[in-house]
Write a protein that binds this ligand. Structure first.
Ligand SMILES: [Zn+2]
Length: 468
């Protein structure tokens, strides 16, 4: 690995950066980009397929790099997360006058089927302008951009008012035990952390590859999964009885399926629609710029809700998914169950929603059981130094693009950190066309352009400097 060239003895001021600490050693961004590409290739060769994870290997890999740079780093939680697993923690110290910023990525990757790939998924091969490998997008690429930005800050010697914390978590793709254990075991390491950046939002490009907007994930839906159970009396299917649990369950499910959850616009979602309005012609532009009003108008409402993603960020949703009754056609079962995938908007009260469900069903024979732990609501404020720093750095990268706040409808590790009071954002520093994400992330031929690596390092570096 090459050290980046440092030009010492010179100080410089960034133009228009009067609020920034003035003195820094200039960085050779071309050399840093090349070095970062090599680090990503190496990182992709560390096989952290989960299961089993083996994140101890990635933790050692990252620690070795941090050690060489003189940045304090620790391998943690080797017993708590499981055999051959670990979390990685590092901290670059500032002067402590402001609270810290944490950069978090997960070190594990989902499995890859080599026969379906054009290259060995753990080769880190560079070909056709891409770095190929499982994790290139999700999310070792992002992790390397975070790592190298922190290293660049260290090398540049810029005065930091905030510590920069770097965390690599195990097991995000399966059980999230890495983040859960970290938060539980190390409140002391997180106590001074004000902001945290991890995955959880995408940037949108136009057909020419120009960035339309950068997404900063400030909120996500909460899973509130329920199992409905009806008990009955088993008997022979040839003699129908009133104690058959299946019809009662079906009646309950029908009522739920007919229930339209109320529309509700949260602040981040309202901002998202207002921001993207500019990319639409009239009348859609007017509708999106005031989505609350538009939802009162049937034509606008139908158009907005016809998008399944938009529909899902404007209301609580219920999908009827699992169903069990008898496994024999001629047997009335003793019990029938159904699982429903409920996703709540971040500001909703779980107890109140359960009461609503029970009222809709209106049958005390139908029992509701909560299936998974409901995470902390995630709705981070946008009126923050870090959000403004992201906007400013984004403008430096792409003056024609804007920054907005899409809500995530699936679940990430962010609520785990939000739970301890940290303002948490989802962010990707890369320009990746949607089809690349669609195909590569959890699919085949996951890859990141070589160019994106240096772009992402610079993006994070600017964000971290502007947030000082
Ligand atoms: Zn991920």
């Amino acid at each position: 690995m090459n050290r980046i060239a440092l030009t010492t003895g010179l100080t410089f001021c960034l133009l228009g950066s009067s609020k920034l600490p003035a003195q820094a050693t200039p960085l050779d961004w071309t050399a840093l980009a090349r070095e970062s590409q090599a680090v990503l290739s190496d990182y992709l060769r560390v096989n952290t397929t989960n299961p089993p994870g083996n994140e101890i290997l990635s933790a050692r890999f990252l620690k070795a790099i941090l050690d060489r740079e003189g940045i304090e780093a620790r391998i943690l939680d080797t017993t708590e997360v499981g055999p051959n697993r670990a979390n990685l923690y590092a901290r670059l110290r500032g002067n402590g006058s402001k609270r810290a910023i944490a950069l978090v990525h997960h070190m594990d990757v989902v499995p890859a089927t080599p026969s379906s790939w054009s290259v060995d998924p753990f080769s880190g091969e560079v070909r056709d302008g891409y770095i190929w490998g499982r994790g290139a997008i999700d999310m070792k690429g992002n992790g390397v951009a975070q790592l190298m930005a922190m290293i660049a800050l260290k090398r540049s010697g810029v005065l930091l008012t905030r510590d920069i914390v770097f965390i690599g978590n195990a097991d995000e793709e399966l059980g999230s035990t890495g983040a859960l254990v970290f938060v539980k075991q190390h409140p002391d390491l997180l106590r001074d952390v004000e902001y945290l950046i991890t995955e959880g939002a995408d940037n949108v490009l136009d057909e020419k590859g120009r960035v339309v907007y950068f997404g900063v994930g400030v909120s996500e839906k909460r899973t509130f999964w329920q199992r409905l159970t009806v008990n009955g009396v088993p008997s022979h299917g040839s003699r129908p009885t009133k104690q058959n649990p299946v019809p009662r369950l079906v009646a309950a499910l029908y009522k739920i399926s007919q229930y339209e959850t109320p529309l509700h616009v949260t602040p981040g979602v309202e901002k998202f629609f207002r921001d993207i309005a500019r990319t639409y012609p009239e009348p859609q532009r007017s509708w999106l710029s005031n989505v609350t009003a538009a939802l009162e108008t049937p034509r606008a409402r139908d158009w907005i809700l016809s998008d399944v993603s938009w529909n899902a960020v404007l209301r609580n949703t219920i999908s009827l998914t699992g169903l069990t009754g008898s496994n024999k056609t001629n047997v009335i079962p003793g019990v029938a169950t159904a699982d429903i995938d409920v996703r709540l908007l971040p500001d909703q009260d779980t107890t109140a929603f359960l009461k609503t469900l029970e009222a809709i069903v209106g049958d005390t024979a139908v029992h509701f059981t909560h299936l998974a732990n409901t995470k902390t609501p995630l709705e981070s404020p946008v009126d923050t130094d870090l959000f403004r720093a992201i906007e400013r750095a984004a403008h430096d990268r792409e003056p024609g693009a804007f920054v907005t706040t899409p809500m995530e409808t699936a679940a990430t590790d962010r609520p785990t950190y939000r739970k301890v009071g940290i303002t948490t954002y989802g962010f990707s520093p890369f320009k990746i066309p949607r089809p690349e994400i669609q195909r590569g992330m959890h699919g085949n031929d996951e890859r990141l352009t070589v160019e994106n690596v240096g772009y992402g390092v610079r993006f994070y570096y600017d964000i971290l400097r502007y947030a000082q």
